[in-house]
Each structure stands twice: as structure tokens, then as C-alpha cells.
Design a protein. Sequence first.
Length: 264
Amino acid sequence: MIQAAFFDVDGTVFDNKRKCVPKSTLCALAQLKQRGVKLFLCTNRSLDEAQALPFELMQLMDGAVLLAGSLLYADEQLIEVPELNQLECRHAIEYMEMNQILYRWVPVTGKGYLCCDDPELISIFERAYGMHPPVKKIEGETISALLYYSVDQSVHAKLEGILKSASHVHLGLANEIIAQGSDKASGMKKMAKHFGIPIEACAAFGDGYNDAVMLKCAGVGIAMGNAKENCLASADYITETIEENGLYNACLHFGWIERDFHEN
């Protein structure tokens, strides 16, 4: 039996099309919880984006690895908060402001802010996360993460040159700048260590490009049926899609839960 399980959010435990957590997923998570398994989200979301998830999901979680592995939240408090190089951040923000690049910034409180009230970007947040992120200009706060929105490769190269001491993750339109060496695998290992759980006793579930390292690192890595190719290649087991009760079926396959869910 595993001692902890880490879950990507979108496409793994949260169905973005139906804007809900499947009943089968909640059933599996509740059984794992009853059996003493610690449950954690492992997501690119910031703290406020994670807290916008359905209550019935969040109440089952023992904590969350946020901002693509760089920020740890447990016991209703931040237990590890990264800091980017603040001088590099200022130069990056000056460049983005000068070139009218939309960005989001996350201070050490873990909650993110948009640089401006852009209707199109806010619409994306409302569709994806069911929330309207606050708008605020930086006023000397210590920054733990920067996120910007551009598919321009020259912009990527410029910001990578400015923020040399950070990790850069490009996910289509959205691009993340987080503490050097941070990823979902490192965050998972730190959280497991915090709770005294060996990484070999952890399971990880995911479907995205940056979930692959987490799946490879865990004792058991499980890819959803809708996963990216590198995620599928890194998995120990491939289950069905979220619409086909993939998380529940995987837990059943490994004997971590008993069958007690029946589709209507």
C-alpha cells in the first residue's frame, strides 16, 4: 500500500470540460484517505487558483505542491516559499512593461496578481479556473514566481537572458519563471520528506508535459489516457482518461481501493 499520492489537477482530478471533479475520483480519493494515504495536489496553479477548486476536493487534501513544484503548502500554511533574484525580476518586469507583454506575478504569500485588467486574459482565467484574479502592480514585494503570456520565441530568449538564475517552463501561451531547480518532482520529494514518507512509497498521477518528471520520480507513476507523449513514456502504468474514470480505475488496478462506485 502506498503512503502518499500526488495529483496533477487539470485533466487528472479536475475535468475542465465539465468543470467538476468526477464522482469516481472523489470516491477513490475518499477511500485512499480512509486508508491513511496522504493526498497532495501537485500543480502549476498558485495558492489562490488551487483554493478556487471545488471544496469537496480540497477538503480531502493534506497539502499542495504549487507553482510547478516550487511552493509547498500544508497544514494551512506555506512550508517552503522560493524567492527569485529580485534584481533580475525588476529588469524582466521593465522589459515586459516596455513591450506590453501581459504577465502575472506571485509574491511570497503564494497568491498571484495580474499586471493589468486585460479582458481576454481574465476570460481565460474564468474559463480555466472559475476565478477572476486580482490586478495589482508590484510595489516592492518579494517575488516567488513570474508568469507571462507570449508565444514569441524572441521574447522567451530575452527573458531567459534576463532571468538567468531561474527555471523557465514554456507551456504554449503561458510561460513560467520559477526558482532554479524547481519542478514537480523536486516539490514532491520535499513534501514527502516533510511528512517523513519515502519517495518509493509515493504514487503520482498526471497528464501534462511537466508531469513526466513527477511520474518518473515516484514509486509508482500513473499517466492518464489523455496524457502527453513524454508523460505516457515516463509512466509505470497508463490508465483511462478522466472522462472514463481513469484515476479510480488505476487505484482499483493496484488494489489501493475497493470497488464501490457505480456509474448512473
